[in-house]
Design a protein around this ligand. Structure first.
Ligand code: ZN
Length: 119
């Protein structure tokens, strides 16, 4: 079921249900949706929900009042380029802050459990 607070007010043919003389526009009901982790039938409905409840949701789960920090220790990402030539990927760890690079083997690159070891 779409969680959009105004979903039923968007007058599309697929929302019109019921028998003759007894028709209503209804909230969209489907087993899965593409938006908002499957909770909304459209971006419009997701935005409607946020307009109505967003402030309260943020206050409930914790409003961010200070900037979060991505530190040098946590700024490593896996990347590759073609500096070795066509068909020869060069794999490396890149620190998004310091720009330092450390070579990786292809196995390390593909291994989701492989993380960089701190000096
Ligand atoms: Zn909707």
């Amino acid at each position: 079921m779409c969680q959009g607070t105004k979903c039923h007010t968007y007058n599309t043919q697929d929302r019109l249900k019921g028998t003759k003389g007894n028709k209503t526009f209804q909230t969209r009901r489907r087993s899965s949706f593409y938006y908002g982790k499957g909770n909304f039938c459209s971006l419009n409905c997701q935005n409607d929900w946020f307009d109505d409840f967003g402030d309260r949701a943020i206050d409930h789960f914790g409003r961010l009042n200070e900037p979060k920090h991505l530190t040098e220790e946590n700024a490593w990402v896996k990347d590759y380029d073609w500096r070795g030539g066509d068909n020869d990927r060069y794999y490396y760890y890149l620190n998004k802050i310091t720009k330092e690079q450390r070579p990786l083997t292809q196995e390390q690159f593909n291994d989701n459990n492989y993380t960089i070891t701190e000096r």
